[in-house]
Design a protein around this ligand. Structure first.
Ligand SMILES: C[S@@+](CC[C@H](N)C(=O)[O-])C[C@H]1O[C@@H](n2cnc3c(N)ncnc32)[C@H](O)[C@@H]1O
Length: 306
């Protein structure tokens, strides 16, 4: 009888390995065999009753195992179906979002406030700065795409045989399909000069609001070598209105170990501030969320929302 039980045990354990049973399954299997070993020899029960018991338990165990297996299979199928449904939903919502974005950008091209990036000053920049400018154009466009009230964007003075154009194509996936007006012409020839507001950190006047009828110009410059007043000089020469962000009006210098404070931002940062201003109507919100902490400024406790 003991030999029999040992054989059953080894036969079942090899089945366990083949079928990869879980630990509780194996424990259950072992418990049957322990009874086979201890039962008849201790209590001297008839062999027939014992073997019937073992068979009954074995059948029960197999039934339960079968039920578990089919439950696991059903569960797996259910999860698969849920995932498929989620994928379809995701694809659908992605397509809807894409369509809404396109619609908003198209609408902005007919009625949104206009903003040009003046790309006529690439001669003042190194190869590295030009590549960084291409990256900033990508971020600026990305922000416009996400905005609920986008601008009508223009890249002016962008020469098609120039390094910046090549860098834009190389670095910005889908650049040629951007919903943006790209031209080799200058903004000064495209718009009436009285509608222009050239944004420059060196202007004496602060920008008050974003006016739907105006054309805002950002100087396409990345100046790691800090070349001062380039955009200011250009706007002055062309005799157009200039404005700076109202940093002095709403912010104060924040003490920092390097005593570093700068009001000069990248074009995509200035643009993000204009988008937030348009969306919220609050300079405090726009400046505090748009000016990076590293610039060394914080909103003044005395700033009054306008
Ligand atoms: C990196 S800045 C260039 C700074 C450069 N030294 C210059 O001559 O203007 C790039 C552009 O972002 C805009 N900009 C940056 N900071 C600004 C600020 N505080 N106020 C208004 N415009 C700003 C301007 O259009 C500027 O030409």
């Amino acid at each position: 009888m003991e030999m029999n039980a040992v054989m059953q045990l080894s036969e079942k354990s090899s089945r366990c390995e083949e079928q990869q049973y879980t630990l509780p399954d194996m424990m259950e299997l072992l418990s049957i065999d322990v009874e086979v070993n201890s039962g008849p020899s201790n209590r001297e029960e008839p062999a027939l009753i014992c073997s019937k018991n073992v068979m009954r338990k074995q059948r029960n165990w197999e039934r339960r195992l079968e039920a578990k297996k089919s439950k696991r299979k059903e569960e797996k199928q259910r999860r698969k179906q849920n995932q498929q449904e989620k994928d379809v939903e995701h694809q659908f919502s992605k397509r809807v979002i894409k369509a809404i974005t396109k619609e908003r950008l198209e609408e902005a091209r007919t009625s949104g406030p206009r903003l040009c990036v003046d790309l006529s000053m690439t001669d003042c920049m190194s190869h590295k700065e030009i590549s960084r400018l291409a990256g900033q154009i990508r971020r600026l466009y990305g922000s416009n795409k996400k905005a609920s009230q986008p601008f009508h964007l223009f890249l002016t003075d962008l020469e098609r045989d120039g390094l910046l154009y090549r860098e834009c194509i190389r670095m910005n996936a889908g650049f040629l399909n951007y919903l943006i007006d790209v031209t080799e012409e200058s903004w000064i020839d495209l718009f009436p000069s009285q509608d222009i507001i050239y944004l420059t950190p060196d202007a004496s006047e602060a920008l008050d609001r974003v006016d739907e009828d105006k054309v805002y110009i950002l100087g396409g410059l990345v100046d790691e070598s800090i070349q001062k007043k380039i955009s200011y000089t250009r706007a002055k020469e062309l005799g157009v209105h200039m404005a700076r962000l109202p940093i002095d009006e709403y912010m104060v210098k924040k003490p920092n170990p390097k005593n570093f404070h700068s009001k000069i931002l990248a074009i995509n940062q200035v643009f993000e501030i204009l988008l937030t201003l348009r969306h919220t109507g609050s300079w405090i919100t726009a400046l505090s969320s748009g000016i990076p902490a590293g610039k060394g400024y914080m909103v003044s406790s005395e700033a009054v929302p306008r």
